[in-house]
Design a protein around this ligand. Structure first.
Ligand SMILES: Cc1ncc(COP(=O)(O)O)c(C=O)c1O
Length: 398
């Protein structure tokens, strides 16, 4: 039996009938960027997350940059994050000129260890970026309490965590801002790149929207005032003519071009209707894995406070390479995230982070053992059982 690591075609077949007329409508109307599809998707997402503001953007990496910028993270500021994540988490910190400070993760859920955060705080620390890795929310009560005590911002990297919950609240709505990715392989994936920033703060909502569009026009002026207390009074109503609107033609911040396009918004708004169903099926598959896989490998263990959206199912094996080769030989798709923890990445090796090369033993151990098994909503029960049997057969006699 063949079990792919992921099969996006199956998902597309199911939604094709809904998606294609919308894409044709966009092509006919030539409303490629912004407009009704983007606005509708943002409002649907606000409703889904119970978040006050959702701003779509170009991708998850940009969402993190916009999140950091909106929290006024500046060059030289330190931002605490995990070394066991996708490169983009810390890359975003560096790309706004700030310094990532890596704090090791926990054995069971692979997430940043809140009990080790305080020892990394200095007078330069301005924010914490928890990453809900593989779709399982971090220990947010502890993280928020530390942030409050030290007056730090919290930028959640929820790129992998759409629909996941912490104590009944959606991941990405617990910190100051939440940052999501709609990369096609995500639980809610577009037909290309996409992302969004969420916040419950009216001020941060204004600032994120301004940064995503060149800090332009009235939104830019409002954002500048919120960020720097600089009130722009150069434009009076009398200056505005039909042909010339000073607000419209001025830029107030050095921002970005990071808009979500209409085709992505249309695809995402269709898939959003099914995302809970997709996540439920992922959770059923995870339950089968947790019950059926041999105890000779280590499985993820989450607290009862956490409802994972099971973006990935990652086990730990002392025979990582051998197991991956055996799975491939037996036509079971597999992956390995993240083989190189970020403090060992070339880009963070000698510079660009606070503690280059300083050992993060738990992250290193997990990196050397992590094996991702297939988990996607369209997987059949037979396929899940075949994966379990194949893994267990590998372990016979080990
Ligand atoms: C944890 C994490 N952060 C950030 C990103 C960046 O998202 P994107 O690829 O949409 O830029 C990803 C995407 O893979 C991710 O998994």
């Amino acid at each position: 039996m063949q079990v792919p690591f992921l099969d996006l075609k199956l998902q597309y077949q199911r939604i094709k009938g809904e998606v294609e007329p919308m894409i044709l409508d966009i092509l006919e109307k030539c409303c490629y960027i912004g407009g009704a599809y983007v606005n509708d998707f943002e409002r649907q997402m606000e409703n889904y997350l119970s978040a006050k503001h959702v701003a779509g953007c170009s991708n998850g990496t940009d969402a993190l940059v916009l999140g950091l910028k909106s929290c006024n993270i500046k060059p030289g500021d330190e931002v605490i994050t995990t070394p066991f994540t996708f490169f983009a988490s810390a890359e975003a910190i560096s790309s706004v000129g700030a310094v990532p400070v890596f704090v090791d993760v926990r054995q069971d859920d692979y997430n940043i260890d809140p009990d080790r955060i305080e020892e990394a705080i200095t007078d330069k620390t301005k924010a914490i970026m928890p990453v809900h890795i593989f779709g399982a929310p971090c220990d947010m009560d502890k993280i928020m309490a530390i942030a409050k005590k030290h007056n730090l911002k919290v930028i959640e990297d929820a790129a992998q965590a759409i629909g996941a919950e912490y104590k009944g609240r959606k991941a990405g709505t617990l910190g100051d801002v939440g940052c999501f990715s709609f990369y096609p392989t995500k639980n809610l994936g577009g037909a290309g790149d996409g992302g969004m920033v969420t916040t419950n703060s009216d001020a941060l909502g204004v600032i994120v929207r301004a940064y995503r569009e060149h800090g332009a026009a009235q939104g830019g002026a409002e954002a500048l005032e919120l960020l720097e207390g600089v009130k722009e009074q150069i434009h009076t109503k009398e200056e505005v003519t039909e042909l010339y609107n000073p607000y419209k033609y001025y830029n107030y911040l050095i921002g970005y071009n990071s808009r979500l396009d209409a085709i992505q918004a249309a695809v995402l708004s269709v898939k959003l209707k099914y995302v809970d169903e997709y996540n439920r099926r992922r959770s059923e598959i995870a339950k089968m894995y947790l019950a059926g896989l041999t105890g000779k490998l280590r499985k993820p263990a989450y607290s009862d406070d956490v409802k994972s959206c099971w973006h990935q199912f990652v086990v730990r094996s002392d025979y990582k390479e051998e197991l991956c080769a055996y799975l491939t030989e037996n036509e079971v798709g597999n992956g390995s995230f993240y083989t190189v923890p970020l403090h060992r990445q070339k880009a963070f090796n000698k510079y660009n982070c606070k503690n280059p090369g300083v050992s993060q033993p738990v992250a290193e151990e997990i990196s050397s053992q992590s094996v991702c098994l297939p988990i996607f909503p369209e997987m059949t029960g037979e396929q899940v059982q075949y994966v379990i049997d194949t893994v267990n057969r590998f372990y016979e006699g080990k």
